[in-house]
Write a protein that binds this ligand. Sequence first.
Ligand code: AKG
Ligand code: FE2
Length: 361
Amino acid sequence: MSSADFTSIPILEYGLLARDRAAFLSQLRHALIHVGFLYLRGAPVDTTSVIAQIPRVFALPQSSKDALSMRNSEHFLGYTNLGTEFTKGALDMREQFDFATPHQNEWKEGDPEYLRLWGPAQWPSDEELPGFREVVEKFYVDTDVLAHDFTGLVVEALGLSHDALSDFFEPPGHMQHRGKIIKYPEVKEGASNQGVGPHYDSGFLTFLLQASEQRGLQVQNFAGKWIDVPPLADTFVVNIGKGLEALTSGIALATSHRVLSPPPGSGPRYSVPFFQMIAQRVVLGKAAASLTFPPDVLAERDRRGNPTTDSVNYTEYDTTPAGEVALIGRIKSHPDVAERHYPQLFKAIFPQGLPREVSAY
Ligand SMILES: O=C(O)CCC(=O)C(=O)O
Ligand SMILES: [Fe+2]
């Protein structure tokens, strides 16, 4: 199959790694360069417990969810109701909580403002939702370990040493990764079915748990065709963000994707993406120059070329620290939060005041 027309997403068996490391790395290399998405089946993370928690948090009374509003948080962590997020000018239909791995904010006067972005999440209380926080935080810790190990495999598959990227992460305990818990309600008769519009993920690697049986996730191939990524038992969907693409000089591909809302009568779709981040002060475009990839990997990238997609392009990583790219992205997605907590940046980005429409990505 040529790279220009993938019609399904490769499935990598985690167990193959122990049995035949070279075969696993070769499949991984293909997925990274030619698809930008893969299923990882059988990873050592308990997903059942977290999946059971998801409907509970959305079933909280609206007043309890509103009390956790993202507007309270300079870290852009918290609850966002339906109908407030747009991608490429069209309304997304999803209700979501942005949570994150545990982190104490380390920003102090005089530091770059983007260092304020990492900090504690807002959790429902244990009285209101017993066990929820413990289960979700445990899931994040386990997924962080998986993501960290997997990053080593990614660079190995691209011909670098296993720890080639370790300088681009903060020491343990000083990194923060983010996660969303999302509900896509079924579409109303005659309404738009945009759950979330076409976009790239901005970070490093995304590990997505599809937490219900509904389909809806699609990725765009080189020919511009949308390919279904149905839920498969015991898998994460792993995809590459623009940050990792920039750091690998475009070898690992960030692929455009979207979610269609479930059809009427089929019930809501739930998903749990985990977004792996990179150290905030790193300028990825510059850092890329310090990594020397083998000629055969570069040649494979060049033969592949670049797809044209429906997503917005990123070039900011060439010159801007990763944390600043992330902060600007958050400000554009949630200007009401930014107006409260980052008034100067808000004014610079939205000189006319709050826009009628904002972009989720
Ligand atoms: O809900 C999904 O399946 C994907 C969500 C997504 O692409 C995102 O939040 O970046
Ligand atoms: Fe995404």
